[in-house]
Design a protein around this ligand. Structure first.
Ligand SMILES: [Zn+2]
Length: 340
């Protein structure tokens, strides 16, 4: 008898049902079982397999409580979605709800992982669904987890409030190094729209100054060759690369799709270039025959020379005025006044 048959036999017996469809109804996850950090294993009471990750499930109607391992948990929870299309639909709905509630700050995938690893016991039912089905059936359950996340998960202040220093200089209370989304919202709510705009403009200016402080020699010459829109594009992209470390690839791809074109050969070095996973850099020389090129890359406030394949690099190609304003809004919160 296979594992699946044993599972079906046991669950039919436990619930005193004739049809599997009915036997899968009415189960509640009471606790998450995770022995991955221990040296022990548990035994699945529905199929006999040893496991490290599973749940404690209860069926209140027939008063049964069982310890269940991985694949059986999945089978148990999938009973809620006899129709596979409905599960896929619910998955999409939850992902889009999570995306909506966080705008661009939190990636839905990272959100799910964080919840699975950090949610306390009282959310076991929703956490089990998230882990085994990749979604949450109850809207209330989803909202509870969003609220828990927003008041608990700490983010670096640079990623939530890029203009924190300027807000502080303009009279806001001390902003801690790490804060929750709820705390960041409260700070933004207290700031006046004028105060916020002022802080964002100041931040954009100081960012530009800092990024190009040591610009000299050839680099200064290269910078001077750029027109105003090219300079604005470059500074906005440098800032985006710094603010959104966590989801660099994603944000850069989206923000830059309209702004850069693929670096084609032959090209005339030196030039500013962009890589969706690396950020901005300067290409000093022509590529060698194997397609490798030396790029001076901006990273964490410093610059370092690295070798890359040429085919993934894009070159500066400033977007339309509207797209440029959108880019600056993403980078600095609002369109800054520029004094190049
Ligand atoms: Zn099992």
């Amino acid at each position: 008898m296979g594992k699946r048959d044993i599972f079906e036999d046991n669950i039919l017996n436990l619930t005193r049902s004739k049809a599997l469809k009915n036997a899968l109804k009415g189960w509640e996850v009471r606790q998450i079982v995770d022995l991955s950090k221990d040296d022990s294993m548990a035994t699945c009471e529905l199929c006999g397999t040893h496991f490290r990750k599973g749940v404690l499930a209860r069926h209140p109607k027939v008063r049964a409580t069982v310890t269940v391992g991985g694949t059986c948990v999945e089978a148990l929870l999938l009973g809620r979605f006899p129709d596979k299309k409905k599960l896929a639909k619910r998955k999409r709905a939850v992902t889009s709800l999570v995306r909506q509630s966080y705008a661009d700050v939190v990636d839905p995938g990272a959100w799910k992982t964080w919840i699975i690893e950090n949610a306390p016991k009282r959310y076991a039912a929703s956490v089990a669904e998230l882990r085994y089905l990749g979604t949450i059936t109850s809207d209330d359950g989803l909202q509870q987890l969003i609220r828990f996340h927003n008041k608990t998960r700490l983010y670096p202040r640079d990623s939530l409030l890029p203009e924190w220093k300027q807000l502080q200089n303009n009279g806001a209370k001390m902003i801690p190094k790490e804060l929750t989304l709820d705390q960041a919202r409260q700070i933004l709510r207290k700031a006046t729209p004028e105060g916020l705009t002022k802080a964002r403009i100041e931040r954009a200016r100081s960012f530009k100054k800092r990024s190009f402080r040591e610009v000299g020699g050839e680099l200064a010459e290269l910078w001077r060759k750029l027109n105003v829109n090219e300079k604005r594009t470059l500074v906005a992209l440098l800032s985006l690369g710094e603010c959104f470390v966590e989801r660099e690839g994603e944000i850069c791809k989206r923000a830059t799709s309209a702004s850069w074109k693929l670096l084609a050969t032959p090209y005339d070095p030196p030039l500013f270039a962009w890589h969706t996973k690396v950020g901005a850099g300067i290409v000093w020389n022509k590529a060698d025959p194997s397609g490798m090129v030396d790029v001076l890359v901006w990273s964490g406030g410093g610059r370092e020379s690295r070798r890359f394949r040429l085919d993934k690099w894009l070159v500066l190609d400033p977007p339309s005025d509207a797209a440029l304003r959108k880019l600056e809004k993403e980078a600095f919160g609002s369109v800054p006044e520029w004094f190049f």
